[in-house]
Design a protein around this ligand. Structure first.
Ligand SMILES: [Fe+2]
Ligand SMILES: [Fe+2]
Length: 189
């Protein structure tokens, strides 16, 4: 894969990778006659992942600006982070193991897109592990007292994860939704 298409570098997908996008633009997806339950479910899962990431960011920002007390932060943070990262890990696992091979089988031209999306998953997973490690550092420091540096470090790491994830989710949608509209969802069951 070209370096400029790596997650963290690219600003979107080129037309030759998202080759069904121009004929199936995002604005028309939900009104398309072939828009079905799987596409709806997929977009809803992505929206939920974005909301869960936003909840973790809001909690961390609250700790940093003092609007969330240190004493109440840890259990809320652990619950929100576990929900987000567990959901993300499970979603990517299902995509890698179940759905991506089925999309690849639809058309040989899908290969470039799914090579790229699988490489994205590996990059997101590496950042997820760094985020977990940073969260552990924050919780350990908080248990010992105030942790302003650790909170800032976690916010930076989590921000990187969310930026990677936002790019990945948007680009993946531009591959999978047009493919479902064109090929039908029964091919993916
Ligand atoms: Fe994905
Ligand atoms: Fe996804």
């Amino acid at each position: 894969m070209a370096d400029d298409l790596m997650l963290g570098v690219r600003r979107g997908l080129p037309d030759e990778v998202a080759y069904l996008r121009a004929a199936n633009p995002r604005e028309g997806w939900r009104a398309a006659p072939t828009f079905g339950q799987l596409a709806d479910f997929w977009l809803n899962v992505h929206a939920q992942l974005r909301r869960e990431g936003g909840a973790v960011e809001a909690l961390t920002a609250g700790l940093i600006d003092g609007s969330i007390a240190r004493e109440t932060f840890a259990p809320r943070f652990v619950a929100a982070l576990n929900q987000h990262l567990g959901h993300l890990d499970m979603h990517h696992g299902i995509e890698d193991q179940s759905y991506f091979p089925k999309f690849r089988a639809l058309d040989v031209r899908m290969a470039a897109a799914f090579d790229l999306l699988e490489a994205d998953h590996a990059a997101v997973h590496r950042m997820l592990e760094e985020t977990v490690s940073s969260a552990r550092g924050l919780l350990t420091a908080l248990a010992a007292g105030d942790a302003p540096r650790e909170a800032e470090a976690f916010a930076a790491r989590s921000g990187q994860l969310i930026a990677l994830l936002d790019r990945h989710l948007a680009d993946e949608e531009e591959i999978v939704v047009p493919a479902m509209l064109v090929h039908g969802e029964r091919a993916l069951a």
